[in-house]
Design a protein around this ligand. Structure first.
Ligand SMILES: [Mg+2]
Length: 271
């Protein structure tokens, strides 16, 4: 018990709450609030005024009760559990199946639309890059799904991201049917252009008509607004954009495409 007190006291600098921390092992010391605040454990508010005067036997009983302390009812998803669920979704094939389903719908639409191409129409599909035609999963998993800009930029510069196979089939279908592919990505220009071009070449997607990156800085408050403006500019150049395909809602919002196709992305959100 003394060891427990020592451990608890060591783990929290708040005097008088060490026992509580010890006996509620799933509680995080840094989640215990300052005096007057609300606790992350449902037992805490009622026990706090009394805990200092309880004798060791009562504390032992409370400790046994505290062993059943559950995680706080915040409604939040536990981060470790969320990461595990994402890895399972990839490992069990669910992610690949969902990618393939959307890619098949996109391919079917491109085939239908190309078959009724109007005279003089210059058909194109606008396609995002990350988690759309290239997978960052090896990098994300290696980083335990953390994002460090310098590490990410180095990954892009290496140009070694694997293709998302069913989306490469979409790309090849479009090209076979004479439909231009216009990549529109949040990767930055000029920093990310060499690595991106090399990566697309390595993965067999090099005869695209345009690779539109994000400028190093712009005035668009959101990615969605920037990408919509970029599609509008491409349409003004004369392309009939028959499909926009991406893994983010922000890849697709704002119009300037006949159809949109949203791929799954359980890893991150870009507004
Ligand atoms: Mg993307």
């Amino acid at each position: 018990m003394n060891a427990g007190r020592s451990l608890a006291t060591k783990n929290t600098k708040m005097s008088g709450v060490g026992w509580f921390t010890f006996w509620c092992p799933r509680g995080r010391p840094d989640s215990i609030p300052a005096r007057g605040g609300r606790s992350s454990c449902f037992l805490w508010p009622s026990l706090r005024p009394r805990i200092r005067i309880l004798n060791p036997i009562l504390l032992l009983g409370l400790g046994l009760l505290g062993a059943g302390c559950t995680a706080p009812s915040t409604g939040l998803v536990n981060l470790t559990a969320a990461k595990a669920a994402v890895v399972a979704y990839v490992d069990n094939g669910g992610y690949d199946r969902d990618l393939a389903t959307v890619a098949a719908e996109a391919r079917s639409w491109i085939e239908q639309r190309a078959a009724r191409k109007g005279a003089g129409e210059r058909l194109a599909v606008v396609v995002d890059i990350d988690e759309t035609v290239l997978s960052s999963y090896p990098q994300m998993k290696a980083q335990d799904f953390g994002y460090v800009p310098e590490v990410w930029n180095a990954w892009v510069a290496r140009g070694v991201a694997p293709a998302i196979a069913p989306m490469r089939e979409v790309y090849l279908t479009a090209r076979r049917l004479g439909v231009d592919v216009l990549f529109v990505t949040g990767r930055k220009d000029p920093r990310d252009r060499p690595g991106t071009e090399a990566n697309l070449l390595r993965q067999g997607m090099s005869d695209y008509a345009r690779l539109v990156l994000a400028p190093a800085s712009d005035d668009f408050p959101t990615t969605a607004q920037r990408k919509a403006a970029q599609r509008a500019a491409l349409a003004r150049e004369g392309w009939m954009i028959i499909a926009s395909i991406g893994d983010q809602d922000s890849d697709l919002a704002g119009g300037h495409a006949e159809r949109t196709f949203k791929l799954p992305n359980p890893f991150y959100v870009i507004p």
